[in-house]
Design a binder for this molecule. Structure first.
Ligand code: PMP
Length: 359
């Protein structure tokens, strides 16, 4: 979280300005909370330049619930298959969830290559009768990011933007639905933001449990049941910060690009000591995933980094290696500290490890 958001949150836990009450005690039925939801929505609409026919919903259940809820809304057993991409760990998790509701066709899978690259347009053929096409814009575990919108404009495009939402501008009008849990760029865990076209909200089938029905949440302005008040409040503060302190998504994207460039440059100029995992054209600006010459050196790297005040650098448990996540709140200065640490670690390791070990 940005420092200023942490400070405001800390103060609000004692007392939300103008209410005489703690953030942790305020009712979701209060006029104050209604104004928080309205302000959060207004910031999302402004940041994304959102057309009027989209709803902004603050839901629970994480992105994992969206994997199923999207399919419950649009996929039918016995009907045409939805098109999915399998580009990494998280898109892989979306497939079985969707299959509980109906047929799924995997248009392209990177599994055989160990998810080291994303498909080119020429490798993708989409079905015109698919109820929707689903993909993940940024594979958080493998560090792969699409730098373009993919899919056919004739089929509803749905995107899991959990790990790069609000990190760069996005033309939401090209999507029927985008979703992102808050815990990367938007706020604390417990909130999932769903931006959904009114067509989908109106086509929710009857008979779904209310909590899985976008219509209920849209009609109730994200307060159908008790929402995560704390998480929505902090998400509102982050969106306010993005607009007022950063200046919007173009500015955020420029900062994020320069952070990622700094780090990839350090990897590429390390004579192979650090090795970037993803194909260059598909490198993520959010999750920089790389390896060292051995698992032992990687363990040492993570341990020594912590002593230097750099935390959370171990790769995902499914993959190992190192992962530096450069979400919006990570400052260019802290990336510079990491780059200095990497140079220093390499210099010390090279003295101990003969060059042929990693050449
Ligand atoms: N999609 C992506 C791209 C993710 O990175 C994650 C988790 N980090 C998920 C889905 C699952 O999110 P959740 O834990 O909120 O269900």
């Amino acid at each position: 979280m940005p420092d200023v958001v942490l400070e405001e949150t800390q103060a609000a836990i004692r007392e939300v300005p103008g209410t005489c009450l703690s953030l942790l005690g305020l009712s979701h039925r209060s006029a104050w909370f209604q104004s928080v939801v309205e302000e959060a929505e207004e910031h999302f609409r402004a940041l994304l330049r959102l057309p009027r026919e989209y709803h902004v919903l603050f839901l629970q259940g994480g992105s994992t619930q969206q994997f199923a809820q999207i399919a419950m809304t649009l996929l039918r057993r016995g009907g045409p298959a939805s098109d999915y991409l399998h580009t990494g760990y998280w898109s892989g998790k979306s497939l079985p969830e969707a299959r509980t509701q109906g047929p799924v066709r995997v248009v392209w899978s990177g599994e055989a290559d160990g998810f080291r690259r994303l498909p080119a347009d020429a490798e993708l053929d989409f079905q015109a009768d698919a109820p929707y096409f689903h993909y993940v814009s940024n594979e958080t575990v493998e560090g792969l990011q699409f730098h373009r919108v993919i899919g056919s404009d004739r089929v509803r495009r749905i995107c899991d933007m959990s790990s790069d939402f609000l990190s760069r501008p996005v033309d939401v009008s090209r999507f029927a639905l985008v979703y992102a849990h808050a815990q990367k760029n938007l706020g604390p865990s417990g909130v999932t933001v769903v931006v959904v076209h009114d067509d989908i909200v109106r086509s929710v089938p009857d008979g779904l449990p209310s909590m899985l029905d976008y219509r209920c949440h849209a009609e109730a302005h994200s307060s159908f049941n008790t929402p995560p008040v704390f998480g929505i409040y902090v998400t509102m503060l982050v969106a306010r910060w993005l607009r007022s302190a950063i200046g919007g998504l173009e500015q955020m994207a420029a900062i994020n690009a320069s952070k990622a460039q700094q780090l990839y440059r350090a990897i590429d100029s390390s004579d192979g000591f650090y090795h970037g995992r993803a194909a260059r054209s598909d490198r993520s600006e959010m999750n920089v995933v790389f390896t060292l010459p051995s698992a032992r050196l990687e363990d040492e790297f993570v341990r020594e980094a912590e002593l230097a005040g750099l935390f959370g650098l171990a790769g995902h448990r499914s993959l190992g290696g190192i992962r530096a996540s450069l979400y919006n709140a990570v400052t260019p200065a802290s990336v510079a500290v990491l780059v200095d640490f990497m140079r220093d670690f390499q210099a010390r390791a090279v003295q101990r490890v003969p060059e042929h070990v990693y050449a």
